[in-house]
Design a protein around this ligand. Structure first.
Ligand code: SF4
Length: 403
């Protein structure tokens, strides 16, 4: 199947599974990814499991699981979206055309689900972007039960007593979220400790996977890599045990595979920075040009502290990751990744309409250009369907240029 023949995200996943026919582990990860939203909604409708829509990538994930609820990442609805979802956001809710496509897709999907028996609670976050803040206000009006925790921000010089005050503030926020989730501020600390341990265990296992991939760069191709790290590692596709079993199996597969010198000679190591959209054809273009995404900046690999009470551990993790000037810190991480992997280039990706991420990307592009490190700056959208031929041509030309 040629990239140009693929028209939907489902077809990309099918194609990717065929390419990975040698790996039961990668096939399982792709299955988990594809069934994430439908299975969570089905289990919720049948009364088998409680579930809420959530960002599904940070401190809230261990908390929600510890409360016996499944976090369902609303960003993943993008894959189910099409022009209709975008049109709802633009025409019905009057979102300006230039608004970020991720927000418009999500709004369109929630609109189509309102007043149905599916998941009707949304955990937002006031620290996110303005378009999402607007989306949550609109969804409240549309009958969803929406909760937003307060803004989290740590200024560049905030340490010591001031930082401790912030931690205290966020700890109280976490108890408020627990109350919204379960009706009680009481948090089962044993369960939360287990979830934190699970998260740390998986962060370490995924670091092992990334190390092993340096010896087997083509074993997990680009789309599967993104799915495994940017979604799976964050929220486990709503099925923590199954996700961990798939990762264990993948480690076993990689460890048992002999190193292929020809593969190591031909690979073009790349680092990916920024969001990951639903234009799966971009990943296919990287693969076909001989590239391998061996480093990813957008995945947080910081462990949660296990030497402090679990609720405090969540709060400290937030402030350890939410420093002002994050664009510069992220650039440093990118540079370290490039050095460690001997990467030949960086792919900078963001969504059309996201003003602050585009500033970061432009800053990084300039910095790496001056250092002689090649990069390509891509802006994509979130709706399904094939990516434009122009994007594929640019990606292929960039990767081939590095060979
Ligand atoms: S990509 Fe930017 S504008 Fe879009 S949801 Fe994320 S932060 Fe907001």
């Amino acid at each position: 199947m040629e990239i140009e023949d693929i028209q939907s995200q489902h077809e990309y996943i099918k194609h990717c599974k065929k390419i990975h026919s040698y790996s039961p582990a990668v096939n399982k990860l792709l299955d988990l990814s594809e069934s994430y939203i439908p299975d969570a909604e089905k289990a919720y409708k049948e009364g088998a499991k409680q579930a809420i829509w959530a960002g599904g990538y940070g401190w809230e994930v261990p908390l929600i699981y510890a409360c016996g609820i499944t976090p369902v990442a609303f960003g993943e609805m993008g894959r189910l979206s099409d022009k209709e979802a975008m049109a709802i956001a633009e025409d019905y809710y009057q979102f300006p055309v230039e608004t970020c496509s991720m927000v418009k897709c999500t709004v369109g999907q929630w609109h189509l689900r309102r007043n149905t028996s599916t998941i009707n609670r949304i955990l937002g976050n006031s620290s996110a972007c303005e378009p999402f803040n607007l989306a949550w206000e609109i969804m409240k009006r549309e009958g969803y039960d929406v909760y937003n925790n307060d803004v989290v921000y740590r200024g560049p010089t905030v340490e010591g007593k001031r930082l401790e005050e912030l931690v205290k503030f966020f700890v109280s926020q976490i108890y408020d979220v627990a109350e919204w989730l379960t009706g009680s501020k009481k948090i089962d600390e044993d369960k939360l400790t287990e979830e934190i341990k699970r998260k740390n265990r998986l962060l370490n296992k995924l670091k092992t996977v990334l190390e092993l991939r340096r010896k087997h760069p083509f074993y997990v191709r680009s789309l599967a890599t993104i799915v495994m790290l940017n979604i799976g590692l964050n929220n486990y596709f709503g099925k923590p045990e199954e996700f961990e079993a798939a990762i264990d199996l993948l480690i076993e597969e990689l460890e048992n595979r002999p190193v292929d010198e020809a593969e190591l000679q031909s690979v073009i190591p790349l680092v990916w920075a920024g969001g990951t959209g639903q234009e799966f054809g971009i990943y296919e273009a990287i693969d076909q040009a001989g590239g391998a995404l061996l480093g990813l900046r957008s995945v947080p690999f910081k462990l949660y502290r296990e030497d402090v009470p679990p609720v405090e551990s969540l709060a400290r993790w937030v402030y350890d990751n939410a420093g002002a000037g994050a664009g510069v810190y992220a650039r440093n991480v990118l540079e370290q990744e490039v050095d460690k992997l001997n990467a030949r280039g960086i792919i900078l990706y963001g969504y059309i309409g996201c003003s602050f991420a585009s500033v970061d990307r432009e800053m990084w592009r300039k910095y790496f250009h001056e250092k002689g490190i090649a990069s390509i700056n891509l802006e994509g959208s979130f709706q399904t369907g094939a990516p434009t031929g122009q994007v594929i041509t640019r990606v292929k030309a960039f990767v081939e240029m590095l060979s």
